[in-house]
Design a binder for this molecule. Sequence first.
Ligand SMILES: CC(C)(COP(=O)(O)OP(=O)(O)OC[C@H]1O[C@@H](n2cnc3c(N)ncnc32)[C@H](O)[C@@H]1OP(=O)(O)O)[C@@H](O)C(=O)NCCC(=O)NCCS
Length: 224
Amino acid sequence: MAESAKARGTGIAKRSPEYIHKKMEEGKAVIALTTEGTWVGFCYIEAWEHEKYVANSGLIVSPPFRKTGVAREIKRKVFELSRKRYPHAKIFGLTTGLAVMKINSELGYEPVTYSELTTDEEFWKGCRSCVNFEILTSKNRMNCMCTAMQFDPAEDARKKAELTKTVVTEDGHIEHHRKREFEGNFKLFERWVRFKQFVLLKGWKKKEGDSGKKPSILNFLFFW
Ligand SMILES: CC(C)(COP(=O)(O)OP(=O)(O)OC[C@H]1O[C@@H](n2cnc3c(N)ncnc32)[C@H](O)[C@@H]1OP(=O)(O)O)[C@@H](O)C(=O)NCCC(=O)NCCS
């Protein structure tokens, strides 16, 4: 996971092999394998703040199996596992990856501010090993390069009730049509994430004395 984060130039909250091992033993992990037993992918969950929150972390798919829908399937299983073990918890994840944001939004997660996430110090301690930790602390833990996405079961139930339209078809069947507001705006959301990361990174580098220059319009257009 750490090598993969390095390769794509993003940060990662490092975990020890023992920690990951424990997740597997506790049944808090989803492991994807081929029928021959080749490792394909992984993700784990952890509850925080007396089970008020559940984080989905460490998603990774083995490179030869990428872009075939494995991550989507793992995240679906992880979501089911989180709902089953902690039915009242808010489920969240922090990510810089657009693939994950897309999958999350399909599952009903919505982008939230960091203030809506757990305040459990142990969770945030995990970010100390990330290369972007200074950005997180400089923003008083209110923002960073990752986008926070959260599924709130109470909010979801309320929205489902609001957005479900009951239609009686011509042949007399009753159909319930559901509409999710967020999915239609994904392109705009992607752009917003790139812009946020651009602004955060520029601001941070400037503070570090890297350039001191204002972001140029060309840089901005590149990120947009
Ligand atoms: C990110 C990662 C988990 C995606 O796994 P995957 O199995 O290839 O993803 P899927 O095939 O299930 O793709 C799901 C969706 O994301 C899209 N997607 C996949 N990789 C993408 C990428 N690098 N950039 C943008 N979109 C991507 C797919 O096109 C698909 O959308 P579509 O169905 O609308 O076409 C995998 O590339 C990986 O392990 N990367 C390194 C570790 C990492 O970044 N983990 C996430 C940390 S939060």
